[in-house]
Design a binder for this molecule. Sequence first.
Ligand code: GP9
Length: 423
Amino acid sequence: PLDIDRVEAVMDTINQVDSNQKGFGWAKNRNVIVIQAESIQNFVIDREIDGQSITPVLNNLINNDSIYFSRYYEQVGWGNTSDAEFISHNSFYPSTKTFSYKAFEDNEFITLPSLLKEAGYSTIAFHGNEGSFWNRESIYSSQGIDTFISLEALQQDELIGIGLSDGSLFKQSVDFLKKQSQPFYSFYITLTSHHPFMMEDQYKGLKFQDTYKDTLLEDYLQTVHYLDNELGNFIELLKKEGLYDNSIIVIYGDHEGLNMRNEEANHLLTSFLGKPYEEDEMFRVPFIVHIPNSGLNEEIGTVGGQIDFFPTMANLLGLEMEPNKTLGKDLLNITDGFVAKQVHVARGSFIDDEKIFIMSNDGIFENSKAWNIHTREPVDLQECREGYERALAEINLSEYILQNNLIPTVKEEGLESILQLHP
Ligand code: GP9
């Protein structure tokens, strides 16, 4: 059941969104190329290993014609990569019981791709694994994705790890893009940087010296560097085919690559980062919106999460959408960021612009932990009560809406209407 007081508190947060709408239509009518990057965490950005840049292409993108959201967090549940897609496209929380593409497969949705379709876009997704994985091929049409190019429709000319290499996927996709009616929304789910990060030596572009050589961290960073390099090749190809100038290229990480609960990963990252490797770094992923020839060079430090992807993108693409139609917020038009987490850490955990709160697994609030995300100083738990309540309220409301297939109602009448419907 819904807790009405808590839901009313969620409604209050809707008023945070600034009606001046900074960024509205900055990328209007352009083709959209979204790359959901497997296991890419934010700590790799602008960082070197043994004197070499890990992500030179991403770093360069960030500094030229881009908006970089530097405090962006993943919010996935049991559906990992597929939940990252689900949250980003729908702006509701993932199922707390199973993977969302299964839990809600019969629901009706209003998604970023479906809104773009209404605005005249064609939609297409690319992934180098079997189409049935994570139930994608069944649910994509209700997610607003009309064409799904999965492994079966591609030449299996270069396999790395669990599927087609990112390089081959990007290359082969260009022929499809050329035939796609414009403007198009294209969605790529990369795969090569998937755990356990195994690649043959020929694909490894970084030279490691002693400290991290032949470790899990080397394996991870080699695959991240590989993806970065292939992204650079892809952009060159888009330029050659005349598909770059009138497009936007959007990249975000789907979820963590290195789990802090894995002793080896924790030890390596704590040493590499020079600070304890904990949730605030593990959940942080990059989100970059590159708008060629825009002259933009902005870093947005407001805390946000994958739930904010849809409203943020809708604003940039010039789609009119009231703030009460999704649970996420347009990150260009709020000053108070907030990210709730409900799977992989106990429900009610959250991150805001100042702190991170991790609810205790035993359900006892007083046993939880919280610290300042800038200074790492401990934070008094009493300062976290309100955020904890808000996190629970948002998740509760999201579940109620999804379990009762109410997204069309929310689209028509706003989140407030849910309160009237509720007995
Ligand atoms: C599978 C790929 C990886 O198709 O998306 O999924 P993951 O195991 O990271 O959830």
